[in-house]
Design a protein around this ligand. Structure first.
Ligand SMILES: C[S@@+](CC[C@H](N)C(=O)[O-])C[C@H]1O[C@@H](n2cnc3c(N)ncnc32)[C@H](O)[C@@H]1O
Length: 373
């Protein structure tokens, strides 16, 4: 019988460590703009490159040889470095660059301090008591920390846009599956959708162009919403409007039919999500729908191991970054229950092929008597 040597069990763990060491090398490459200083169609010696970048030649050589062992750059002759297709991408694709930079400089250091953070702040739901806080030496939450530097903020936005480019995240899954303009009858009177944290209005613009009787109000932080009007096609200008609003404060648009939260709640811990939902309450009319478009993790073991792993990695990354999380059906339902018993949880549906689910609740209003204490 073939018996696995205990040493064989090291393999999966070593693979993880190898990936981390490649990140270390990429962090060095990005921080010192190495890719841009290697000629695209020629070679350069390590020493020459060290001179141009004002780096220590021995360090530079060691960091680069780690990357070279993964085909990022090549060493065609000892001491001489040239590009590969992979390393050229680092110069030529600004979105990929921003994404890798974000992992290497923002997330990866946070991962290394996350266990420390759970010891320092056990069970914390605060976005500034995390591995990120320890690694970056800040008491601001990561979004505010990153916003302090314009270039860093732009890189972060580009990185997020890059990760959302995956076809499984396309907004058409939400729009084809959820009928924003459907009142359930022939009634085609005007409907209002508020897209909370709606960014550049991509979803709102698509809703308004599909349903001529729907008006959309896109809410986001002031610097984000400032750019909205330039995105809205002329024909939709009257029906897609922007409004600066912080969703951690009470909702100012009263009586809308649908309040949409797409890719918002997974950025926040349960305690904050409950506050975000409670902030809607004063504005809600009876029957208003809360539509959340976010990941809903299936029960353990329902997915293939790779798909399950991806979701678990995302969940723990959110923990490391700002004590946020990915949720399963039970966790989604309990957010609404905790926020207010007058939310009726309608369930979770997953458009075929999509990665993000549609989670829906209805505001029952005062029809349902408040529980008496
Ligand atoms: C991950 S993006 C999602 C954007 C958009 N809903 C989508 O589906 O692409 C999160 C958005 O929330 C916004 N945001 C973050 N904190 C906010 C706050 N306190 N109030 C309002 N918007 C906020 C960000 O500016 C960003 O546009």
């Amino acid at each position: 019988m073939f018996v696995l040597s205990p040493l064989m069990y090291r393999r999966p763990f070593l693979t993880l460590m190898e990936q981390q060491l490649l990140l270390l090398s990429l962090q060095y490459i990005y921080r010192h703009q190495i890719a841009e200083n290697v000629p695209l169609e020629d070679t350069i010696t390590f020493d020459e490159l060290a001179q141009v970048t004002k780096l220590n030649s021995k360090d530079l050589t060691r960091f680069l040889r780690v990357a070279i062992s993964r085909h990022v750059f090549q060493e065609p002759k000892k001491g001489v470095i040239g590009h590969t297709a992979a390393s050229k991408l680092l110069c030529k694709n600004p979105m990929l660059k921003a994404w890798l930079l974000n992992i290497a400089e923002e997330f990866w250091p946070a991962f290394t301090r996350t266990v420390d953070a759970t010891e320092k702040w056990p069970g914390s739901e605060e976005p500034n008591e995390t591995g990120y806080s320890l690694a970056h030496g800040t008491r601001d939450n990561p979004f505010n920390e990153i916003r302090k530097d314009h270039h860093r903020h732009q890189q972060f936005i580009t990185a997020m846009r890059f990760s959302h480019l995956h076809p499984d995240y396309n907004i058409s899954y939400l729009l084809n599956h959820y009928k924003f303009g459907d009142t359930g009858s022939d009634d085609k009177s005007t409907r209002t959708v508020v897209d909370i944290g709606g960014s550049n209005g991509e979803v709102a613009i698509e809703i308004a162009s599909r349903y001529s009787h729907v008006s959309c109000i896109v809410q986001d932080l002031p610097d984000t919403i400032a750019g909205l009007q330039s995105q809205v096609p002329l024909a939709l200008k009257g029906r897609v409007t922007g409004m600066a609003h912080d969703f951690l404060t009470p909702q100012p648009v009263h009586g809308a039919d649908i309040y949409l939260l797409r890719w918002i709640l997974h950025d926040w811990s349960d305690a904050y999500c409950v506050k975000i939902l409670q902030n809607l309450i004063p504005a809600l009319k009876q029957g208003a729908r809360i539509v959340v478009n976010d990941i809903s993790i299936p029960e353990p073991g329902q997915l293939g191991i790779k798909a399950e792993r991806d979701l678990r990695y995302m969940d723990i990354s959110m923990k490391a970054f700002n004590n946020a999380r990915e949720r399963d059906v039970e966790a989604w339902e309990s957010l609404f229950t905790e926020a207010d018993s007058r939310f009726r949880f309608l369930g979770v549906s997953m458009p075929p092929g999509a990665r993000m689910s549609i989670i829906e609740a209805e505001w029952m209003g005062d029809k349902t008597p408040l529980p008496t204490c």
